[in-house]
Structures are given as structure tokens and as C-alpha cells.
Design a binder for this molecule. Structure first.
Ligand code: M6R
Length: 357
């Protein structure tokens, strides 16, 4: 039920802080030890490489998951778009573990890969919001997102839940392997939940940004470097699917290799700048597009902000930024969709779960 909300999407955006807290609660016991099936633990420990397979938003969560698993658990990870994987199978490692990320658990492209790798005898884990779903039943193991039903076609709370569960999986593996971490990622997830609340309270500002930058836009670019680039991909997908504005996410450094030719007077460019190591680089990219007339909108993080940034998100650990930097992008897409009179929850040509290959 939508309750007082006009759209499921807005309700689901607002639910994100609660979902993150629920995930922490479900995966951590009273002594702060993580509760994960021993079989999943063993599968992660024995894997010499993790292959993440997913589509759309879940694929974008997988890209961030790769950062978590590689940084914290020190296992190499490849992330694949499911529809490409079947005929473009990479050379597999000796002990691969396949992780399927799927909100619905019914995505046919992902299932096709699951069937294929299972037939080859490989281990499979599904991360899903629907435990009884096809992908959950058919994989060896399941991790539940605990996000509650997601009704809007545009995925929001499932995306942040997927990243939170991937973080927990990565931390658990690190702990099991005896890898010392210099911060407590679970504690950081609670900080994330609080930051999400602050962002969800700033809807009027997002409404304004959407009308300032997107009311007459034909296209829009999202740029970022490192982990911010992955969030840019998600921001672009959100915007295009519900507002029908042509939008693309790009790695900041890649612009000059072609895409910058598309920048004209007034082209909106949203830059995500939450990472200290690439702050100079992404700001350099903004200067490049500004010099070509772009209407740039920098979304930065407290501590790294500069005069002229359009919006500043609260500070969280550098690895966790995607969980909160995506919220302004979700809200901007939501308001752009509203302002253009589109059907926010049921955009044209799309279905909530895609059960054909
Ligand atoms: O149910 P799944 O997570 O497997 O769905 C994958 C994609 O179809 C889905 O994320 C899609 O991209 C969303 N509509 C994006 O908002």
C-alpha cells in the first residue's frame, strides 16, 4: 500500500534508512557477530574468484559489490551483465563462486546463466528480495535483502539493500579469513542509514534541482571516477527509465575520448564527487565540460565540498558513499519524471520483472 504517498517510488526511496537498519539487525547478533550460513562462509572462503552476474540496477549494485569484496575480503571479482554472459563466457578460474543479484529473483537473463553454470558444477549464491523466487530456489545458497516488496518499476531500495548485503558478505569473509580491517563497516552502515534520513528530508531541494537542470533537457550526462562512476551509471538508468530523458553515465576521464563532443550550451552534466583520491580529477572533468557550455551540477560530500557545488551529501566512509550518493539521483529522477508528467511507477515499455531473455 502507498499510504500517504503519491507514488510507490517515493515511498520506497524513503524506506531506505529502515531497510539498512533491518539488514544490520538481521545479519548481526547481539554480540556484533555476523550471522551467515556456514555453507556460504565456506563457499566464499574456498572461492579463488567471484563472478557476479546481474542485469540493470542489480548489475550496478554488483559493480559496487566488486569494490567491497576486493577491498575487504581480497578475492578477485568479475562483474557481468547476464544477457552477455551466456554466449560470451569468460575463461573461468579453478574454484569460481557465482553470485546472482536479482531483486525479483525471476530475471530470465540471469536464470539462463545460473542454469548454465550449475550444469558445469559450479557453486551459486543468489542475493534476492524474494527468497522463494526461481533464482533463489535454483541456486545453492540465498541471501535475503529484507527490503520489503518493491513495487515501482524503478528499483531504489533494492539497490541500496543489495549493496548493504554485499558489504556484509565481504566483511564476513574478511573476518573469517582473519583479515584486519581498519574500520568497522557494519558501524559505517548505521552511519549510512542516518545519512539517508537526512537526504530523504531534502526533497524540496531535489525537486528544485530537477527543474533547474532537467525541465527542458533532451539529454543528461552523469560523470564520476572510481566508485562514483558506478553510481553515475545508476543515476542515468533511473533518469532515463522514468523521465525518458536520454541519459548516460561516464567515467570522468573517458569523456575526452569522444563523449565530450556531445556537450552543447546548456547540456546538463551531473558530477558525483565523493572520493578524495579522484576529487581533483573529477573537478578537472567538470571544468572541461563547463568550458563547452555545460550546465554542470556537482554533488559532493561534506569534507570535500567546494564553493559552487550544487549539493553536498553528509560524510560517510569512502567505501560506503554509493549507498547515499544515489539518493539525490533517485530523487532527481523522481521529480524530473513528475515534472514531465510521466508515469513514475509504471514507465512505458518496462515491466517490474523481466521474464524473457
Ligand atoms: O529483478 P532484478 O533485480 O533481476 O531486475 C534486474 C533489472 O531488470 C532491474 O534492475 C531494472 O534495471 C530496473 N527497472 C531498474 O530500475
Amino acid at each position: 500500500e502507498k499510504g500517504t504517498y503519491s507514488h510507490f517510488m517515493l515511498k520506497e526511496i524513503d524506506e531506505q534508512p529502515f531497510v539498512i537498519r533491518k539488514i544490520i539487525q538481521r545479519y548481526q547478533d547481539e554480540n556484533n557477530a555476523l550471522k551467515l550460513d556456514d555453507k556460504i562462509r565456506k563457499a566464499m572462503q574456498e572461492a579463488d574468484r567471484v563472478y557476479i552476474v546481474a542485469c540493470g540496477t542489480s548489475y550496478h549494485a554488483g559493480l559496487v559489490g566488486k569494490q567491497f569484496i576486493e577491498t575487504l575480503a581480497k578475492i578477485p571479482v568479475e562483474v557481468h551483465v547476464a544477457s552477455e554472459f551466456s554466449y560470451n563466457m569468460p575463461i573461468l578460474s579453478e574454484k569460481p563462486l557465482f553470485i546472482f543479484i536479482s531483486q525479483s529473483g525471476e530475471t530470465a537473463d540471469s536464470r539462463a546463466v545460473l542454469v548454465k553454470v550449475k550444469a558445469l558444477g559450479h557453486r551459486t549464491l543468489t542475493i534476492t528480495n524474494v527468497p522463494g523466487s526461481t533464482l533463489s530456489r535454483e541456486a545453492d545458497f540465498t541471501l535475503h535483502l529484507h527490503a520489503g516488496p518493491e513495487i515501482a518499476v524503478a528499483s531504489t531500495k533494492a539497490y541500496t539493500a543489495q549493496m548493504a548485503v554485499l558489504a556484509i558478505l565481504a566483511v564476513d569473509t574478511a573476518r573469517t579469513k582473519g583479515i584486519e580491517l581498519d574500520f568497522d563497516p557494519i558501524q559505517e552502515l548505521s552511519i549510512v542509514a542516518n545519512a539517508m534520513e537526512i537526504l530523504c528530508d531534502q526533497k524540496d531541494e531535489m525537486d528544485k534541482i530537477a527543474s533547474e537542470y532537467l525541465s527542458t533537457a533532451r539529454n543528461c550526462f552523469f560523470i564520476g571516477r572510481g566508485i562514483d562512476f558506478y553510481v553515475g551509471l545508476e543515476g542515468a538508468l533511473k533518469l532515463k527509465e522514468i523521465s525518458y530523458i536520454q541519459a548516460e553515465g561516464f567515467a570522468g576521464g573517458e569523456l575526452k575520448h569522444g563523449t565530450i563532443a556531445l556537450i552543447e550550451e546548456g547540456t546538463p552534466v551531473v558530477a558525483i564527487a565523493t572520493q578524495e583520491t579522484v576529487n581533483l580529477g573529477i573537478r578537472g572533468n567538470v571544468k572541461e565540460v563547463d568550458a563547452r557550455g555545460a550546465n554542470s551540477c556537482i554533488i559532493s560530500m561534506k569534507g570535500l565540498e567546494q564553493v559552487g557545488d550544487r549539493f553536498v551529501i553528509p560524510a560517510v566512509h569512502e567505501l560506503m558513499t554509493p549507498l547515499i550518493s544515489v539518493i539525490p539521483l533517485q530523487l532527481i529522477a523522481y521529480y524530473a519524471s513528475l515534472q514531465r508528467g510521466c508515469d513514475v511507477d509504471k514507465p512505458r515499455n518496462l515491466a517490474k520483472s523481466v521474464t524473457v531473455e
